[in-house]
Design a binder for this molecule. Structure first.
Ligand SMILES: Nc1ncnc2c1ncn2[C@@H]1O[C@H](COP(=O)(O)OP(=O)(O)OP(=O)(O)O)[C@@H](O)[C@H]1O
Ligand SMILES: *[C@@H]1O[C@H](CO)[C@@H](O)[C@H](O)[C@H]1NC(C)=O
Ligand SMILES: *[C@@H]1O[C@H](CO)[C@@H](O)[C@H](O)[C@H]1NC(C)=O
Ligand SMILES: *[C@@H]1O[C@H](CO)[C@@H](O)[C@H](O)[C@H]1NC(C)=O
Ligand SMILES: *[C@@H]1O[C@H](CO)[C@@H](O)[C@H](O)[C@H]1NC(C)=O
Ligand SMILES: *[C@@H]1O[C@H](CO)[C@@H](O)[C@H](O)[C@H]1NC(C)=O
Length: 426
């Protein structure tokens, strides 16, 4: 009763929240304009604020333009760099790669069973807030067929929006400005596809007309570092392996070498035990330009690294090295060494050393991880086990329901293996 009551309550609250925010945005916008026009004179300060906002908006447009052009999908923006003019919630005109799934070979979303159209959101139920940050808020919603997805949209009460309002006092303009971060993320999610990047299942434009946008994503669970620290080594290793595979992909992506400028555990979620990147608005696809090696310094609180400036005048490999060191300091140091199987410890040490000192690149790191995976899967680290047992690893799962799984430390399980189907009879 209480669970049901509280989720209904949450849904009602969310609906109200969204509704009243829209109202707020609209009425503020109205008031500002009324102010100007009834007075007859337009204050200089206001004009300057306006110009700065327009300038900012143009900068954000320019920032995402290259991704669109490189994907051959210029029509997402019109000549002035505006997203298309249709503002209907159902509009699909932004679904660039959906309209032409054949051409953007490595970056396209196929129009398949995974795609969710905006019309499918009409009778959705918002059941929970999955998370929020400076810029965006993520809601869990249940569609009419019962499947749940994550909706990511601009957080009208977030820090980003608040700061913009302070600067420009223009709710509608700020909504549009902040929305560009999500637009950039959507375009990047369309172009960058990998098992360790959250899957974009569709997106919709707001009906209000403030350039707002909502991303429909596969639903995950925020990464709980504390919880992960307490989980078995195998699980922690899986997370690190997924991260390294992701970084390898990002280094050789269709857009070039991608750096995650804001690299923290909260930019990731877990989907069925797999780590997935969800926050892409702070990604950069250009390596810094340089004149001397002095321009290619990677600074971290506890370490500085210097990279060579290439003949072409770019800090080549800087994006990759930045990601790799961040993986080391935010993930590997906490997750990898603790309780590593003794026979794998030398490999773990090697990885810690090579990433912590940036001695190896992402290819070397991935190779070391895949080697370790191979060793682990083959059971070679289990010194005392007879080969007959480690040939096929047995996994048994007993459950009466999926809702609330707890470890039972007091139980023992005995397996009886038969000749006919080894390992399957319990
Ligand atoms: N697909 C998803 N499933 C479940 N939770 C998600 C999903 N995507 C994001 N979240 C949660 O929502 C939070 C906010 O999302 P996101 O990081 O994109 O917003 P942000 O405003 O850019 O955050 P930050 O201020 O950390 O940069 C994430 O930290 C994550 O916990
Ligand atoms: C209207 O204009 C006058 C100057 O003509 C100015 O003093 C006043 O602050 C303005 N009021 C508003 C609401 O902009
Ligand atoms: C889709 O791609 C095909 C072949 O690449 C091309 O002929 C067609 O014009 C494209 N359609 C749109 C709407 O871009
Ligand atoms: C990194 O470089 C900066 C700027 O040169 C310097 O101030 C800082 O002390 C250095 N940090 C370390 C840990 O060496
Ligand atoms: C890392 O490498 C350095 C130099 O090669 C070595 O002195 C150090 O012991 C290594 N550390 C680990 C943890 O292996
Ligand atoms: C790293 O791997 C990628 C893809 O597997 C490859 O294209 C690239 O040349 C490799 N880089 C180096 C320096 O070996």
């Amino acid at each position: 009763m209480s669970t049901m009551g509280s989720s209904l309550c949450a849904a009602a609250l969310l609906a109200f929240l969204v509704f009243s925010l829209r109202l707020f945005v609209n009425s503020c916008h109205f008031r500002v304009h009324k102010g100007i026009f009834t007075n007859g004179t337009i204050e200089d300060g206001f004009v300057m604020e306006r110009n700065r906002l327009v300038h900012e908006l143009n900068e954000r447009r320019k920032e995402i333009l290259p991704f669109l052009i490189s994907s051959g999908v210029k029509r997402l923006l019109d000549e002035s760099g505006h997203f298309g003019q249709h503002q209907s919630f159902e509009s699909n005109h932004l679904d660039i790669s959906l309209e032409n799934e054949s051409d953007v070979s490595s970056g396209s979303i196929r129009m398949n069973k995974d795609h969710i159209g905006c019309d499918q959101l009409v009778d959705m139920k918002a059941v929970d807030i999955l998370g929020s940050g400076y810029t965006k808020i993520v809601l869990k919603v249940v569609l009419s067929e019962g499947q749940s997805v994550a909706l990511k949209t601009v957080y009208d009460q977030g820090t980003d929006m608040g700061r913009c309002l302070e600067d420009f006092k223009d709710p509608l303009g700020c909504h549009e400005l902040v929305s560009f971060k999500l637009k950039k993320e959507i375009v990047l999610l369309q172009r960058l596809q990998h098992p360790n990047i959250i899957k974009l299942r569709g997106h919709c434009e707001d009906s209000v007309g403030a350039g707002g946008i909502t991303a429909i994503l596969e639903q995950g669970f925020p990464l709980q570092m504390i919880q992960l620290l307490q989980s078995p080594w195998e699980e922690r290793f899986r997370v690190c392996l997924g991260l390294v595979r992701l970084l390898h992909y990002l280094s050789h992506s269709p857009l070039g070498s991608v750096a995650l400028l804001d690299f923290q555990p909260r930019q990731f979620v877990m989907v069925s035990g797999e780590l997935k990147l969800t926050d892409l608005d702070d990604a950069s696809v250009t390596e810094p330009a340089c004149q001397t090696d002095q321009d290619c310094i990677l600074q971290f609180p506890l370490r500085n690294f210097s990279l060579p400036c290439s003949a072409q005048g770019v800090c080549e490999g800087l994006n990759e090295m930045r990601n790799l060191y961040n993986a080391y300091r935010y993930f590997f140091t906490y997750l990898l060494p603790h309780q590593a199987p003794p026979a794998l410890r030398h490999l773990v040490d090697h990885i810690m050393n090579s990433t912590g000192e940036l001695k190896g690149d992402v290819n070397d790191t991935l190779e070391a991880f895949e080697d370790m995976l191979h060793l682990y899967k083959s059971g070679l680290h289990l010194d005392n086990m007879p080969p007959s047992i480690i040939r096929g690893r047995l996994l048994a799962s007993f459950q009466s329901g999926f809702s609330h799984l707890v470890t039972d430390g007091n139980s023992e399980v005995y397996l009886k293996k038969t000749k006919a189907s080894p390992g399957t009879t319990v």
